[in-house]
Design a protein around this ligand. Structure first.
Ligand code: FEO
Ligand code: CA
Ligand code: CA
Ligand code: CA
Length: 667
């Protein structure tokens, strides 16, 4: 994670991300659980459509499938749709009886006067007026309470240059030597960067606010809406809360430590009860380059966050991304950004009271006492789960009164104890070990180094916490733990019970007496993920789960208006699990608890993000991120040309909108 990466080497961003985020790579010689699964699926090679499904079904004994069918008939699932067959091909697939339409693609117009998408001649100026790349979080903010007209807010997490730029990346052969044996390995070699290409990358990051409406059953963007907005790496923002003005966030461009340009790596996020849009800054370290001396006063703090990660070489043309030239700039990223989508000219605020981590998302709930509770995962192996409780109460009658609620409150980090309790430990300067003697001279230090604060408080090291989602219907909170193949046998604990956890798990927290602000909760494991028919995996899907219904690597999730759980995944593939990523419906209650069903699956190479339902549960928005990004994928040769399937048109990350044919709830 902390080793220096050279931007223009032979690795694509996917390679770097996989190494960094541990999507099933392990340098040890021991066969991993992933290897065991891989052996099952790699025999079949790449299969399309129903042929692939048949082959997958054949790996599970007919007896097991029969048992699943019988078990399903005997249980009471909250879901009635007909399950999609798992597999891998170039298309997306949704359950029968539902439409899955493309709503917005990378390069689509966000404004009536945006230039048409011209991938062969893309410019930074055009990209700044068009829908960005790699859509991740999706929020829907109803206009006048409607489920058919509202503001769609979408994060654009990162860019894949090799898939975006024509005549740029090439497939080359590299000689690799391992154990004295040389072999030819084919790799994607990135091209040369120019200021214009980096400008396109920067404008393709950030977020989009766009009005959408449903007419005659079909959703479409409203391009002349005054709400429409692009947020990018250059959008001026304010640092607010306890870190504002700290010496550690002052730079040459901002000697006050209060004004930041832009946001990046916005993964998941949230919509607050008062209708603002939260963009979580995740892998910010990857955008910094430069050299850090061992005696640099920030060396240890950088290292805890993997700065400089060197995934992008923006620092080549923009000094602020070179830590040698601007050592405090990394402290200005890793926050939760709040955007008022009802004012396209408003200045987004980085809410430092929520701490600086690799924030996956920031989902919230109004507590019974009116305070608002935000749940955040810090997505890295062995990092922590947090919750922030506002000091003030939410005022449903006065939106303006809520607009600075996120500046005051208490951030807590979770310690999952073996007795089934969670202790939420406050990150408050002066309390416990968070003192000057331990290098925290004030609350700004505690928040800038939230990870180290969690370390000294004794928080539980988790298997990569992603979305953390409260369920207002049941008082439960779901924690997606995507995977961690670096956990060793002697590092297993009650809440992270599998060594070499290739497929992740889901924890269910119960807040005491429905009090989401409680500092003591209880917890249970809802699911250990992976193929339940492979005993070594130790997956715990219910017996009613079919061969299509199980999944690995939970990432984002949604709770629908009925309180039902839907889980999207990141990291399933032909090689890893014999299936693409997708959206699975998971029963949490009654005799069907732990039963999972596949509702939607993405095209090859893509990841499934952003599941989000309208308040009436009749529309589901889904984000298909990095389609075609598998194997030796380039602009010229992606693994799929989804969604346009036109020669010369690249593969395009897109928002998909799912509705029931003939109308009605998604059930
Ligand atoms: Fe951007 Fe944690 O996934
Ligand atoms: Ca994610
Ligand atoms: Ca979510
Ligand atoms: Ca992920």
């Amino acid at each position: 994670m902390n080793e220096r990466a050279t931007p223009q080497d032979f690795r694509t961003l996917t390679d770097i991300r996989e190494e960094s985020e541990d999507v099933g790579r392990n340098a040890s010689a021991n066969p991993t659980m992933g290897d065991i699964i891989n052996r099952r699926y790699s025999r079949r090679g790449f299969m399309a459509g129903s042929l692939g499904v048949t082959a997958i079904a054949a790996t599970v004994s007919p007896l097991a499938l029969l048992a699943a069918g019988e078990a399903r008939a005997m249980t009471t699932s909250a879901f009635s749709f007909d399950e999609v067959e798992a597999g891998v091909d170039e298309m997306h697939h949704v359950a029968a009886g539902y439409d899955a339409d493309i709503l917005l693609r990378w390069g689509d117009k966000v404004f009536a006067d945006s230039p048409d998408f011209d991938p062969m001649n893309q410019t930074a100026a055009a990209q700044a007026r068009q829908f960005g790349y790699n859509n991740d979080y999706i929020g829907f903010i109803p206009l006048d309470g409607s489920s058919e007209r509202g503001l769609l807010v979408v994060n654009h997490e990162y860019t894949n240059a090799e898939l975006m730029f024509p005549n740029w990346a090439t497939v080359v052969t590299e000689v690799q030597e391992k154990d004295g044996v040389k072999k030819d390995v084919q790799k994607v070699k990135m091209g040369e960067y120019t200021p214009e290409l980096i400008g396109i990358e920067m404008m393709a990051h950030g977020g989009t606010v766009i009005e959408i409406s449903r007419t005659d059953g079909k959703w479409a963007p409203v391009l002349d809406s005054a709400y429409n907005r692009r947020i990018t790496v250059e959008t001026p923002m304010t640092l607010s809360g306890p870190v504002a003005g700290s010496d550690r966030v002052k730079t040459k461009a901002d000697p006050t430590g209060t004004q930041v340009f832009g946001t990046l790596n916005n993964c998941a996020g949230g919509v607050t009860p008062w209708g603002t849009y939260l963009m979580a800054e995740e892998n910010f370290h990857g955008y910094f380059t430069g050299d850090v001396a061992e005696n640099d006063p920030q060396a240890a703090a950088y290292k805890r966050y993997g700065v400089p990660g060197g995934w992008y070489n923006w620092g080549q043309f923009h000094d602020r991304f070179d830590v040698t030239k601007e050592p405090n700039e990394p402290n200005r990223f890793g926050w939760v950004v709040e955007v008022d989508p009802f004012d396209a000219n408003s200045t987004p605020r980085k809410r430092t009271a929520l701490g600086r981590t690799k924030h996956e998302g920031a989902e919230s709930i109004v507590n019974k006492d009116g305070r608002v509770v935000f749940y955040c995962g810090d997505d890295e192996r062995f990092d922590y789960v947090y919750k922030f409780v506002t000091a003030g109460a939410y005022n449903a009658a006065d939106r303006a009164a809520n607009m600075d609620l996120l500046d005051q409150g208490t951030l807590h980090v979770a310690r999952f104890d073996a007795d089934g309790t969670v202790q939420w430990l406050p990150l408050v300067h002066g309390e416990g070990p968070l003192t000057a003697e331990n290098g925290f001279k004030d609350q700004a230090d505690v928040l800038i180094e939230a990870r180290r604060a969690g370390d000294v408080l004794g928080a539980t090291k988790m298997d990569r916490p992603e979305d953390v989602q409260p369920n207002p219907k049941t008082g439960k909170v779901y924690v997606m733990l995507t995977n961690n193949t670096r956990r060793k046998d002697d590092q297993v604990d009650a809440a992270n019970p599998r060594a070499n956890n290739a497929f992740g798990h889901i924890i269910e927290i119960t807040e005491t007496d429905g009090d989401f602000a409680s500092t003591t909760s209880t917890w249970d494991v809802l699911l250990k993920c992976g193929d339940p028919s492979v005993a070594e995996v130790g997956a715990t899907f219910s017996p009613a789960t079919t061969a299509n219904g199980w999944f690995g690597m939970p990432d984002n999730c949604a709770i629908d208006a009925d309180g039902r759980l839907w889980v999207s995944t990141d990291g399933n593939s032909q090689k890893a699990t014999g299936r693409t990523d997708g959206l699975w419906a998971v029963d949490t209650d009654g005799d069907a608890r732990g039963t999972s069903k596949l509702f939607f699956r993405v095209p090859v190479g893509a990841e499934m993000c952003g599941p989000l339902f309208t308040p009436n549960d009749e529309t589901l928005f889904l984000a298909v991120q990095h389609p075609g990004d598998e194997g030796l994928a380039t602009f010229e040769a992606p693994a799929t040309r989804w969604p346009d399937f036109q020669d010369g048109m690249p593969t395009r990350p897109s928002v998909v909108v799912v509705t029931k044919q003939g109308g009605g709830r998604i059930a």
